[in-house]
Ligand binder design. Sequence first.
Ligand SMILES: Cc1ncc(COP(=O)(O)O)c(C=O)c1O
Length: 381
Amino acid sequence: MHAVTVQVPLTEPVLGPEEEQAVLDVLRSGWLVQGARVAAFEERVAAYCGAAHAVATTSCTTALQLALEALALQPGDEVIMPSFTFVASANAIIHAGGIPRVVDVERDTWNIDPAKAEAAINRRTRAVLPVDQFGLAADLNAVSQIAQLHRLHVVEDAAPALGARINGKHVGAISEVTCFSFHPRKTITTAEGGMLVTDSERLAERARLMRSHAASASDLARHHAEDVLIEEYPEAGFNFRMSDVHAAIGLAQMDRLDALIARRRELAAAYDRAFAAVESVQVPGSHAGFLHTYQSYCIVLTDASPINRADAMRRLKEQGITTRRGCMAVHLEPYFVKRFGLTRLPEAERLAARTIALPLFPAMTDEQQSYVIDRVWELLH
Ligand SMILES: Cc1ncc(COP(=O)(O)O)c(C=O)c1O
């Protein structure tokens, strides 16, 4: 057997001297924890999205949990969410004391089906949690309309979707509260990190408070206080604080964001051109006016595929190409089946069984992509 000479990773963050310098500056400043950099990063993301407030956290999962806590979710309250998402969306609801009520997704966009969401509303429903899967906004306007009609909150899981838009309006400026992830597989990274954005001052204030043990005065406030300042803890909060080291990386990444998205979209368009007309796969769909950031580019094997997913991924791996399954269907995960019983959601199940995430990252060369396209093409014919 020949040694494989071409290696194509699934993804690769774009980090340069700007990020290195930003981290060094923080390390040398003597102030490492949540401080001026976090505040600047929050301002930057809020301004970018067009939201009034932003609260940085340790991850998108903790941002979601904080958002639900800030909305005063009560034990037993139901939150409607799509099944075809990372388990974090559901775990955040569970840890906030709620019950995830999973519904199916649209066949083309793979995002929550608003009609299915509406049909799942009952007297225990408190919120809807749409997910912008793979960087494409869910049908957020439809979700917000339904929520308004039924007096529900909307907590959007936009983990992969910073920069996504609907008719020019940014994700982050559409739902009541929106949460982003800065994990290295996302559009921009802070290593680990997350942020919630909202126009509600009350919600942002509550999230800020609970992010840091509900302390009556922050580390920074105590540091700058002229007199000794002894803080109090009137409630049991969390430590979901982002550090200034992480925020400094995030600030440098924000300078790159639009270029990163543009390159991702270019690569996605090349995959579309290669695979859109191939009967054995489905390519990502969209609604008119939606701008996809392609945090991941997935194909879905159809019944016409000559190869099953496991074998396809294995063959690509042997040829130096890293792939991943697109995502799970949360309702089929063991914890869910054990706690809530088995439900059937055909679209989510089809996608969970048949999606393959192909390599896509801004530094991917056209040669690397052609190699991937050729190898995938061989499998599908
Ligand atoms: C849809 C979705 N929600 C939430 C998360 C969790 O993000 P984080 O790792 O920042 O907690 C992810 C991460 O993969 C995700 O894809």
